[in-house]
Design a protein around this ligand. Structure first.
Ligand SMILES: Cc1cc2nc3c(=O)[nH]c(=O)nc-3n(C[C@H](O)[C@H](O)[C@H](O)COP(=O)(O)OP(=O)(O)OC[C@H]3O[C@@H](n4cnc5c(N)ncnc54)[C@H](O)[C@@H]3O)c2cc1C
Length: 448
């Protein structure tokens, strides 16, 4: 057993030789591992970190995929780069520099507010089922490799049980690994079984609330993707009940469809795919409702977990909290970094996590409550054809202006891509210039 010190809280802290287990090697698990080892090196402690991940991200299809739209916001790409994580071109399938907003009766192309390639689209695994070309690499695998380079031990296995043993968490895996750790970090996403396993170490743990979403990959080939989608993401503001957001995202030879909302089901998918606006994005002969190369109904975090830490245990990423409907990878980064900083500079007891880690989760949760308001306003726009026309008209006019004067375009860009906190988006949309131009353009639309 490793040596251990008591910290100023009277809790526990890690020292050289301490053993840490990170369960899950998605973005949250990898970011945590990366920051933990980076900070440990800075303060001169030598930790043993096992990262246990059930999937092999080199596999194509569901076996290597963490079910996601794969949009990495501009702000996150920049943040990662300041942390020394520079996404290589083999991971970025496409740099998206504009989006086309579709409403029920018209569409408008919105360029990135500052004329830069603003967001990246990535595959989380090695591509959809049936992928044979390997010119792109998995985003999750790239992060995992960074952790191994920093000294983490990657174990491909599944944690099936955790118990408290002599005051320390002890894990058991499918391949019969049994080991006691000084700290266990849960980054298991929203996998129900894995989340219930966490109760073994923290009986009070209450998993996050979730809802069902939809993802589908359309194989079109690189030429057709370039011809029909270019570097634009297509977003849909359509009045379909329960649908909050629909997007088509170009990625290499594929276009990824993402539908977010409340309990997305087959009927909703069907109604979306058979709409004129969606069909119009694809070549006329393309069979949208035919066989999909890959499709799934993954869950998304809609409300924070509770009691997400105890002594020597903390949950991060989707298993703890996320950003409502957008930038879940960015939220994973925030929680992972906050947890790693707490562990290295404060300690691993419940008191440490409460004092230094919880505020980061609370701040995400607060922003999500403003996000709900932003989605309420979006819903109002979607269901009111006059307002919708007003928004489109405002955006069309703005496209002739310099980037910094495109208020509505920037608000929509940040809402769709998750590039800014909801609070910032909300405050910007309350500015008199924003409201005046929206009201004016809506009034003009009435006259016509
Ligand atoms: C439809 C949809 C679209 C989305 N689009 C975007 C987007 O465009 N951009 C964005 O930023 N976010 C997006 N998200 C959110 C994003 O996918 C998540 O927020 C993010 O993946 C959370 O990272 P994580 O590491 O916490 O969890 P995950 O990515 O789910 O990773 C958890 C990992 O833990 C592993 N694991 C689980 N149980 C065990 C176990 N018992 N033992 C070992 N390993 C285990 C899993 O195999 C997995 O690799 C989207 C989500 C959905 C549902």
């Amino acid at each position: 057993m490793s040596k251990e010190n008591s910290n100023t809280n009277g809790g526990f802290e890690l020292t050289s030789g301490s053993n840490v287990c990170v369960i899950g090697g998605g973005p949250a698990g990898s970011f945590f591992t990366y920051f933990l080892l980076e900070l440990a090196e800075r303060v001169g402690i030598d930790l043993h970190v096992d990262n246990i991940e059930a999937k092999n991200f080199l596999n194509v299809g569901p076996a290597g995929c963490n079910h996601c739209g794969g949009i990495i916001s501009e702000s996150l790409v920049q943040l990662l780069s300041t942390e020394g994580i520079n996404l290589p071109s083999s991971v970025i399938n496409r740099g998206i520099d504009s989006y086309v907003m579709h409403t029920d009766d018209r569409n408008v192309k919105i360029e990135t507010p500052l004329h830069e390639k603003r967001i990246a689209s990535v595959f989380r695994g090695s591509g959809p089922l049936g992928t044979t070309a390997t010119e792109w690499s998995s985003f999750d695998k790239y992060l995992q490799d960074l952790c191994v380079q920093k000294g983490a031990k990657l174990i491909i296995d599944k944690v099936i049980d955790i118990v408290n043993s002599n005051g320390r968490p002890k894990i058991k895996t499918k391949n019969n690994l049994e080991k006691e750790y000084d700290l266990v970090v849960a980054a298991v996403g929203l996998d129900n079984k894995s989340l219930s396993v966490l109760k073994g170490v923290n009986t009070k743990f209450q998993p996050p609330n979730t809802t069902k979403t939809y993802i589908r990959e359309f194989f079109l080939g690189e030429e057709v993707v370039s011809q029909y989608f270019g570097d634009s993401m297509h977003v849909f503001l359509m009045d379909i009940p329960k649908l909050e957001f629909g997007a088509l995202i170009p990625k290499g030879q594929y276009v990824t469809l993402v539908l977010l909302g409340k309990e997305i089901n087959k009927e909703l998918v069907q109604s979306f795919l058979s709409s004129r606006e969606v069909i119009g994005c694809f070549p006329i002969e393309f069979n949208l409702t035919g066989l999909a190369s890959c499709q799934c109904y993954p869950k998304i975090n809609t409300r924070t977990a509770r009691y997400m830490y105890t002594d020597r245990f903390v949950a991060i990423g989707d298993s703890a909290t996320s950003k409502l409907y957008k930038n879940g990878i960015g939220a994973a980064y925030i929680t992972a970094k906050a947890a790693a900083t707490t562990v290295i500079f404060n300690g691993v007891s419940a008191k440490d996590f409460e004092k230094y880690y919880l505020p980061a989760c609370r701040s995400l949760n607060f922003d999500n409550s403003i996000g709900k308001l932003v989605f309420l306003v979006t819903k109002l726009i979607k269901t009111n054809s006059l307002l919708k026309r007003g928004v489109v008209k405002t955006v069309m006019k703005e496209q002739q202006k310099p980037g910094e004067k495109r208020n509505m375009s920037t608000v929509l860009w940040d809402t769709f891509t998750g590039s800014a906190p909801y609070k910032e988006i909300f405050l910007r949309s309350m500015k008199p210039a924003f409201l005046t131009s929206l009201v004016w353009n809506t009034l003009i639309s009435i006259k016509k």
